[in-house]
Ligand binder design. Sequence first.
Ligand SMILES: Nc1nc2c(c(=O)[nH]1)N[C@H]1C(S)=C(S)[C@@H](COP(=O)(O)OP(=O)(O)OC[C@H]3O[C@@H](n4cnc5c(N)ncnc54)[C@H](O)[C@@H]3O)O[C@H]1N2
Ligand code: MOO
Ligand SMILES: [Mg+2]
Length: 462
Amino acid sequence: MTQNNDSSKEVSSGVVNSDSLAAASTTNASTTAALNTMKHDVKFNRDIMPAQTAQALVLERVMCGSTERVPLEQAYGRHLAEEAVTNRPVPHFRRSIMDGYAVIAKDTSTADASNPVILQVIGEVPCGAVWSGELRQGQAIRIMTGAQLPEGADAVVRLEWTTTVERAVNSGPQSGQMIAVHQAVRSGEAIHGIGSEMQAGEVLVQKGQRIGAGEMGLLAMFGYANVHVYRRPQVAILSTGQELLSIEEELTPGKIYNSNSYILLAQLESAGAMPHLLPHIPDDITTLRERLDEALERYDLVITTGGVSVGDHDLLYDYTNNWAGELLFNKVKMRPGSPTTVGFRHGKPLFALSGNPAACYVGFELFVRPTLLRMQGVAEPLPKPILARLTEAYRVRDTFDRYVRAVLTITAEGQAEVRPTKADISSATVSIRDANCLFLSPASEEGMEAGTLVHVFPLREL
Ligand SMILES: Nc1nc2c(c(=O)[nH]1)N[C@H]1C(S)=C(S)[C@@H](COP(=O)(O)OP(=O)(O)OC[C@H]3O[C@@H](n4cnc5c(N)ncnc54)[C@H](O)[C@@H]3O)O[C@H]1N2
Ligand code: MOO
Ligand SMILES: [Mg+2]
């Protein structure tokens, strides 16, 4: 059966082989009809699966990938492969949060604008320095934001609440100055106590957490010069279709540029993977087998685009029908991308996405991104929906659930609102540019009224 399928497709580069047509015309007509019916039955009658079931089926097979150590400056966007824990409190010394004078709060208790308290300045502590002595009653030490509070001091009076007093005393240049404090301060004023931000033993960054600006800062604060992260999954992109041209080529009649590969490249980058853009291939089963087998050997994950439907030149069905792999599904009860096909070969996932650009994009978000996140240690890689109101009726009837490319906005009153992008069809790349979310339109006879609350998935590529 598979052999028949293959030989019936030996039509390469868009030129129909007249020999094979002649051979077909000599075949018994009823036999040909029977063969065609069988072929159609197999290719068309695919088991259909709800999108959520399909997502779960993929994820239950995906495990965390391997890890490596990288310098912290290369760790942005990576996922930490170990839990980073504080080994000391933050701050680890009592820190001034104002430029001013370290004082004993009790000394200032009677101070106000008309009745200032005079204190003797015995020195200064800039940031990074430590005062060796102890502050005593009647004394102040000039201190800057971020500096360690001297022993004995329990408050900082900001500079604005003080004036210097021109009265020299004969005990050295620094210690001679006096200040007038015009406002009483309480113990703890303008000080960050030890551990006021974090306690020793607190988790800084969880295992699997993506390293963003805050995580970079925390890891640096604790001297993680190198960090243990998940390796970036190496992902091959293989677009199929004899209509495709490389973007450097001149556009010729009937052809289009291979744009899907570039959409996927961006999505892969944003998901932390390393994209490998393979040259696109024509709809030829031998070439497809060769390239795909090779890619599945070499890379951690492979994405193809095009050729997943039931057309004469759609060959992914034939490939997965006759391979050393396990097919999970090749029909999902969703749009766009109902013929999305996923399988595993020797533990490597193959995501055969639709050729229609927007269906390819949505297929990535629903199936590939969660897989890549799981490979990078994310325990719950599926996005949680938020609720938003439709600003307009969505009148598309469908027996399939639809993941609609849409624009989510927050009104001035704080309401989450969503509207579909103008071009809603699965061939429209412009809708990918315009969308910042997908909303779920469940299978329905009537569509949905304006004002309906829908589940919205903000696009994580953004
Ligand atoms: N008789 C039926 N026809 C179709 C069905 C169906 O159920 N019965 N399903 C439709 C649906 S839904 C989808 S989605 C598409 C899936 O198409 P394929 O995955 O087989 O993709 P192709 O046929 O190769 O191409 C579709 C479309 O996309 C363009 N394309 C392909 N590759 C690229 C690329 N790399 N860059 C830009 N554009 C690309 C291609 O030229 C076609 O226009 O099938 C429906 N048909
Ligand atoms: O499932 Mo398709 O992407 O609607 O044309
Ligand atoms: Mg097709």
